[in-house]
Ligand binder design. Structure first.
Ligand SMILES: Cc1cc2nc3c(=O)[nH]c(=O)nc-3n(C[C@H](O)[C@H](O)[C@H](O)COP(=O)(O)OP(=O)(O)OC[C@H]3O[C@@H](n4cnc5c(N)ncnc54)[C@H](O)[C@@H]3O)c2cc1C
Length: 251
């Protein structure tokens, strides 16, 4: 999706790389790209990427069946008999232009979570610096140029996870890594998602900023979004997820 169509001050459709679609409401569920999409609309959505690394092992017969989430490691068995393993208390916080753009929003969270965040300055700063902040719907969007966010896994963090895991579960000593990968989590300043309408652009709804918990809460988040879109009384109180909570500090 490149952008939105607007008529009489509200959303009237979307523009995709394959053409236009008319609709009265749009849900932006763009994960870590939602903030950039909003910026092109002139809407300020404070959101930063946090990079989490994971590995999977070759099949390990006879290992634990349970899933464990400890302070500095986590594992669960996979269907092929291997294990997915991660460090639970260390993620990369890349410094990007958004880090400065949203610094005041995120300072309290940084103060609370600095032990779990490894702040890094690298190529991502330059890459994001080069991204256009604005584009017109008849031009290819930055999303089309990138297609998939595929950050490099942090091997040092994964080595920490392995050491911690083997200390507590010696069974895993000698494990063979089949694959390591990473993903960008879309963090908000209060680590809660944004689920609801955007008052400054009627017809636009946000479902984003799941801050590393989107799998777990997706079923409830989907019901809430559907209730809000269809004008039903929401199944849960939507106020903690209002977009406008971020605007109080930046009117
Ligand atoms: C390593 C790792 C481990 C995790 N572990 C857990 C866990 O154990 N439990 C848990 O609950 N959560 C976990 N999460 C978080 C979870 O994956 C996310 O919260 C969830 O995927 C967010 O879902 P989403 O649909 O909001 O965003 P995404 O899954 O990022 O989906 C957004 C989609 O929108 C597309 N998109 C964006 N912009 C555009 C555009 N302009 N046009 C077209 N398409 C667009 C993207 O390509 C993407 O496919 C983990 C995340 C990572 C990275």
């Amino acid at each position: 999706m490149r952008g939105l169509l607007r008529e009489a001050g509200r959303v009237s459709g979307v523009v995709t790389e394959h053409g236009e679609l008319r609709c009265a409401s749009v849900v932006l569920a763009g994960g870590a790209w939602s903030s950039l999409f909003c910026r092109n609309l002139g809407i300020r959505l404070p959101q930063l990427k946090v990079i989490a690394s994971v590995l999977r092992t070759a099949p390990m017969p006879g290992g634990p069946e349970l899933a464990v989430g400890a302070h500095d490691f986590a594992f669960r068995k996979r269907r092929d008999g291997g294990y997915t393993i991660a460090q639970r208390s260390a993620n990369i916080a890349p410094i990007t232009p958004d880090s400065f753009r949203y610094l005041t929003d995120f300072l309290p969270a940084l103060g609370r979570q600095y032990r779990e965040l490894r702040v890094r300055l690298g190529r991502q700063f330059i890459d994001e610096w080069r991204l256009p902040a604005h584009w017109s719907p008849d031009q290819p969007s930055p999303f089309e140029a990138l297609r998939v966010l595929d950050p490099q896994p942090d091997l040092a963090i994964l080595a920490e996870a392995r050491r911690a895991l083997c200390r507590h579960f010696p069974f895993f000593e000698g494990l063979q890594v089949s694959q390591a990968w990473a993903g960008a989590m879309d963090a908000t300043p209060d680590a809660l998602p944004v689920i609801g309408p955007v008052a400054e652009l009627p017809g636009l709804f946000l479902s984003t900023g799941y801050s590393g918990h989107g799998f777990g809460i997706a079923p409830g988040a989907g019901v809430l979004m559907a209730d809000l879109l269809s004008g039903q009384v929401p199944a849960v109180d939507p106020r903690p997820f209002r977009f406008e909570r971020f605007q109080a500090a930046h009117p």
